[in-house]
Design a protein around this ligand. Sequence first.
Ligand code: NAD
Length: 356
Amino acid sequence: MKILITGGAGFIGSAVIRHIINNASDSVVNIDKLTYAGNLESLASIESNERYLFEQVDICDRAELERVFNTHTPDAVMHLAAESHVDRSITGPVDFIQTNIVGTYTLLEATRAYWNGLSDQAKKVFRFHHISTDEVYGDLPHPDEVESSEELTLFTETTPYAPSSPYSASKASSDHLVRAWLRTYGLPTIVTNCSNNYGPYHFPEKLIPLVILNALDGKPLPIYGKGDQIRDWLYVEDHARALYKVVTQGKVGETYNIGGHNEKQNIEVVKAICSILDTLAPKDTPYAEQITYVTDRPGHDRRYAIDATKISNELNWQPEETFETGLRRTVEWYLNNQEWCQHVQDGSYQRERLGI
Ligand code: NAD
């Protein structure tokens, strides 16, 4: 296949491209606007492969998208381009509305125009895979609030949407648009909703890389509120494998939830990073002494957790990395890739708190 990937210079998109180029025989066309979150250095290991091609394109630019479709004639689209940081969406929602909603709409329309011109056979095998988040479902009961563990429900593919932040609301909107383009126009779409990812090449505004880099710099490790918010963590390479399975084997019209079976409180995650650093980069005092509690994020969801039974049963996908092995690999990667960390922070962002 020739797969058009949007947002391929980002954290997850670059993992998907590295996975496909290294493990499959498909070609990839990566289109990315290269915002602060997009870094071509994350693709350095595969950029000279003849099955890989990059074009700097904004998904809100319909004419450019048409040119890309007509030039490259893809067999599938994997749509990852998005504004993705909740704190930034609180400070300034406009880019989230523009890229996540208007951009997805523009991409759907460009895809539909291209798809309409394909032969009947090519139309049938074409796929539009929309990559979304579990945050569209809102939050789940927290252990603090329930009387029995049976009340600790999980997100399934039929959980009603109840987004809490401008980010998750914009992603929910894009999911609805994708569903409508399937129902109304017959565009062969598939949606995946995944839990929190972590791993190499993660921009250091997100919890895990931020904590690793602040710890190494002797800076405070900010914990929002009490740090008891629960997320279900998935190693990014496990997500990349799941996404490739979905685009190649998933059923049109279906949604698949993807998660790591790793429910952890934020404070547990931060303490685990500190203890790995105590071993790998020891200093006089334990890293955990840098932990500081700060005002919580407005509208902060308390718990997310995914039921990934469907993708496990139907596509035989399971995560390979445990939280312990994945976190250690991640910390090791940041220790060994300080240059990448320096380069991606060369812009205006200096790991300051956003979205208060
Ligand atoms: P990211 O912020 O690291 O990367 C986003 C990429 O999209 C960047 O390369 C950026 O340059 C590009 N981009 C932004 N606006 C664009 C535009 N208008 N046109 C073209 N490119 C544009 O995000 P990520 O963490 O890799 O997430 C990728 C996708 O997966 C997103 O849709 C996100 O909602 C979803 N997701 C993320 C997580 C997570 O934990 N990170 C979990 C579930 C789902």
